[in-house]
Design a protein around this ligand. Structure first.
Ligand code: MEV
Length: 430
């Protein structure tokens, strides 16, 4: 990250035309013409590439790609590509990133990129004895796992530890679970971990006399965490008729609701994932893995709760944190094959997976702030409806300047509905 031409403060960017925005996007020409067109044009994934990615391909499926602005992460400016279909998400994250910027930006870090591979060991005579027999051979098993992926080994990755758990209570009685802890460096790591588990299984069976059943990574990647914190200066929170204290305390009360109640926590965390998934998707990463990890982590203490926290510092400023598993990669899979994903990573100038994870959690925290700030004050519908109205206008057949005209009319009438939009279109065409 870090290149002065890529200042992510772009005042008025949203007011520019599509063409003007594109012209401003890459001032230092970081992207080649092909990369630029993959990110900000119509040169994304072609059907031939798509045909090699999955089965039964008949086409591709597009999403809008917007740029999250104002992000300052660990002192570096970053333009954040976000692929998402929902209005307000990009605007909300960008606005909150601006407030956070005034407090010094986002401070983020990650743990080691360690994934967990699971092996389910059945049919052992005595689970406790089998557990110790495996642990006695830990060095040999890790050495064997270390030879599987020479490239990862060269990059400093590979197996780190082997843990054995006894699951006492299951519908089929007790069994063992081995956790192979595997440092996957800049990869998402599914292939490396699954291969390692499959390779070790016969040895584990020989040691214990048992039967290794499942061999697969866990999406509860709680050894591969990304963490971020931010401060919003108190005075920057005031807006409209709301005092800064009212906004700050309203945000903290909103968070307390999510911290205490799983029904609210699910929606609160969905707001975080609006931002997280948009970057995960733009970079070609597996958003289902990130979703699974996030929600399992939110329930790690036996009760589903908020992934973020909000409070105050000694000066009364608003402070927020977010911690969640972040199993993303920047090598391999769609991150390398999908032209838009490659260009998205290049635009962000990330060189390590840790940098990408740090940006993603920053966007998640900004998105969470946008949602609960709105909910704690004027409600979500006001801002949302303005943007939603544009979609309704387009759905009703509006084009060009008509889109904004029709959207404003719908908002003014407080009737953002397709039937009314179509009615107006009909009236205007007569
Ligand atoms: C909508 O996509 C997300 C929100 O519901 C999040 C929240 O309630 O915190 C607005």
């Amino acid at each position: 990250m870090s290149n002065t031409e890529y200042n992510s403060r772009r005042p008025g960017f949203y007011k520019l035309s599509f063409a003007e925005r594109r012209a401003q996007l890459d001032p230092g020409k970081l992207l080649s013409p092909e990369e630029f067109s993959a990110l900000a044009g119509d040169g994304g994934l072609d059907v031939e590439q798509a045909d090699h990615m999955i089965e039964n391909v008949v086409g591709t499926h597009n999403l809008p790609l917007g740029i999250g602005l104002n992000f300052l992460v660990n002192g570096s400016d970053v333009l954040v590509p976000m692929a998402v279909e929902e209005p307000s998400v990009v605007a909300g994250a960008s606005f909150m990133a601006k407030l956070v910027r005034a407090g010094g930006g986002f401070t983020a870090h990650t743990s080691q990129p360690e994934m967990i591979g699971q092996m389910q060991l059945l049919d052992v005579n005595d689970p406790a004895t089998a557990r110790l027999a495996i642990l006695e051979k830990k060095t040999e098993l890790l050495a064997e796992a270390g030879e599987i992926d020479p490239i990862l080994k060269k990059l400093g990755g590979g197996p780190r530890d082997l843990e054995v758990r006894i699951i006492e209570d299951s519908p089929i009685g007790a069994f063992l679970v081995l956790h192979l802890i595997y440092d996957v460096r800049d990869a998402m790591g599914a292939n490396a971990v699954n291969t390692a588990c499959e390779r070790l299984a016969p040895q584990v069976e020989a040691i214990t006399g048992g039967r290794v059943h499942l061999r697969i990574l866990s999406n509860l990647a709680d050894r591969r965490l990304a963490r971020v914190r931010c401060t919003v200066p108190l005075e920057d929170l005031a807006f409209g008729d709301y005092t800064a204290e009212e906004v700050r305390d309203g945000i903290i009360e909103a968070w307390a609701f999510a911290a205490a109640d799983p029904y609210r926590a699910a929606t609160h965390n969905k707001g975080i994932m609006n931002g997280v998934d948009a970057v995960v998707l733009a970079t070609g990463n597996d958003w289902r893995a990130i979703e699974a990890g996030a929600h399992a982590y939110a329930a790690r203490d036996g009760k589903y709760t908020s992934l973020s926290t909000w409070g105050t510092d000694v000066e009364g400023n608003l402070v927020g944190t977010l911690e969640m598993p972040m199993a993303v990669g920047i090598v391999g899979g769609a991150t390398k094959v999908h032209p838009t994903a490659r260009a998205a990573l290049k635009l962000m100038q990330v060189t390590t997976v840790a940098e990408l994870a740090e940006i993603i959690v920053s966007v998640g925290l900004a998105q969470n702030l946008a949602a609960i700030r709105a909910l704690a004050t004027e409600g979500i519908q006001r801002g949302h409806m303005g943007l939603h109205a544009r979609q309704v206008a387009i759905a009703a057949g509006a084009e060009g300047e008509q889109v904004d005209k029709l959207a404003s009319q719908l908002v003014n009438e407080k009737t953002v509905r397709i039937d009314r939009a179509e009615e107006l279109m009909k009236e205007w065409s007569q």
